[in-house]
Design a protein around this ligand. Sequence first.
Ligand code: GRG
Length: 300
Amino acid sequence: MSLISPEVSAFHARVPAYLHRLERTTDALLPPAGADPARLHQAIRYACEGGKHLRALMVYAAGETLGVAPELLDPAACAVELIHAYSLVHDDLPGMDNDDLRRGRPTVHKAYDEATAILVGDALQTFAFEVLANAGALDAEQKVRMIRSLAHASGSLGMVGGQAVDMASENLTLSVAQLESLHGRKTGALILVTCQLAGIAARAPDAVGHALERYGKCIGLAFQIQDDVLDQVADTATLGKTAGKDQAQHKSTFPSLLGLDQARQRADALFDEAREVARSIPGNAAALLWLADHIQQRDH
Ligand code: GRG
């Protein structure tokens, strides 16, 4: 049963069209699978398939709230998904999380090989900045601001730094504040930047930009808490209460620090806060409200 409220159903109806725009933008940017070197280009396209595209939808939702035409949002939506895809390919490598499956099928290093997976991530990262630099609908200042924001969010003070802290924290018990800080960088920075990119496309005034950032921070943290909760529930269902991967590595998670119920409550409170912030943004908040509902209701 859909729990989408009538208030936000208008954006819901436009989601397939936004996803189609993302697919078209990405397809036009990436070299064809047969381009030399064909194996690398096949693997690049493989890495981009599947996925829920939540980050791209955040760009479109924040942009729609601010009244931005979708063609000004396409490059940013594509760029964040490319950075996200690269981060997953590298995160799955044996030197990092060593995962065999991603999006329900073999990870890139399993379907191809480790060296190819490293190169796929490298190439996806550079394509993300190329699509912004090429964006014909944006002016030069908007492009530079977008490139700067995305570089900052994905670099060593953002996602890459968060990954480094995560790896260094293995087998340590973190405080809730430390875990929030780690995930604010590892997962949150890329979610937050989706709102910043939409704000740049809209030339939003500072006050609106700050409200959008608050929305993005709430969604980013809620998403990560929910991710931990979903993992814990899946581990408990499939492996028994103690055999999950995170527990085997003694990794701090929100459910391990707060308990499952409190972790769920914290995520719900953050989704509520995000909706409250969305309603305070001048414009049509329906898209941002839809997104908060949609992410809150996800089961994977
Ligand atoms: C290796 C540079 C580098 C960074 C890795 C984001 C990240 C940093 C690693 C991802 C590891 C992970 C599974 C984190 C949990 C939260 C998360 C990002 C889940 C995957 O995001 P979804 O659910 O993925 O949006 P889809 O497949 O839908 O795109």
